[in-house]
Ligand binder design. Structure first.
Ligand SMILES: [Zn+2]
Length: 269
């Protein structure tokens, strides 16, 4: 059973990675504690070495003294459209996979198409030393295979409207898990992601990596400056389909290694 978990969790990653999955990458799993934990990822598989030797790794703690206002950055331009979506238990997280035409984000004049989004609890990125209750990753991919992730941080508070719409589907994933179906998929149908693309007054931008093996680098990260809210119950619902070892699925912060974190601020840019 463990092998199956591992393969499928990996599948989630390889679907998105530039290099196709091969026999070597399958069958070696990662977790968030013990001997498969984040400090061991780089040694679990030859294809995961970036996780230990990479110098552009994610997540990071965004600290004020390492953040530079870049007046050349543009407002974040996102165009999302109503599209078919499927909620999937990826074992290491819960994800929503989008069909064709979900829309784009434009970064440095390059278009990246929205592929999926998933949640981490607690947050992976820290903002000024603070780790938040949850983090949403909206994963986009360009035609050349490169990734851009737009991340939102959440503190515990009022309900998050998008997740409220999704509650029944998340409960279904949990029921399926209880029945023994570890990698259940629940059709969500047409989903309107437009209200996710709220105006962003402030964001942070840096070059990092995927936060799960193979920890591939040169991922363009955008962390939204406004911390949003999610209820405690919603965090529990997001965790409920996951096995105990994946309920806390945040990789620890990685060294900045001299990288610049740039900031966009509406009032200045
Ligand atoms: Zn993620």
């Amino acid at each position: 059973m463990m092998m199956m978990i591992i393969k499928l969790c990996l599948f989630a990653m390889t679907v998105l990675s530039i290099a196709p999955a091969n026999a070597q990458t399958q069958g070696v799993g990662f977790g968030y504690g013990g001997k498969n934990g984040p400090y061991r990822w780089g040694y679990l598989n030859p294809n995961y070495t970036k996780c230990s030797v990479g110098k552009l790794q994610s997540p990071i703690d965004i600290q004020r003294r390492q953040t530079f206002l870049n007046s050349g950055l543009k407002p974040l331009h996102r165009d999302y459209y109503t599209t078919n979506a499927t909620l999937v238990n990826h074992v290491c997280n819960v994800a929503m996979m989008f069909g064709e035409g979900a829309g784009d984000v434009v970064i440095d004049n390059k278009n990246y198409t929205l592929k999926q989004m998933h949640w981490h609890t607690p947050s992976e990125h820290h903002l000024h030393g603070v780790q938040y209750a949850a983090e949403l990753h909206m994963v986009h991919q360009a035609k050349d295979g490169s990734f851009a992730v737009v991340a939102s941080l959440f503190k515990i508070g009022s309900e998050e409207p998008f997740l409220s719409q999704m509650k029944d589907k998340l409960m279904k994933l949990k029921e399926e898990r209880l029945k023994g179906n570890q990698t259940a998929q629940v059709e969500v149908g047409k989903i309107n992601t437009r209200h996710i693309e709220r105006k962003t007054r402030k964001y942070f931008r840096y070059v990092g990596s995927l936060t799960t093996p193979p920890c591939s680098e040169n991922v363009s990260w955008t962390i939204l400056g406004k911390v949003r809210s999610m209820s405690k119950e919603q965090i529990e619902v997001l965790r409920s389909p996951l096995d105990i070892s994946y309920k806390r699925n945040a990789r620890p912060c990685q060294p900045l290694n001299g990288r610049r974190v740039e900031m966009f601020h509406e009032l200045v840019n």
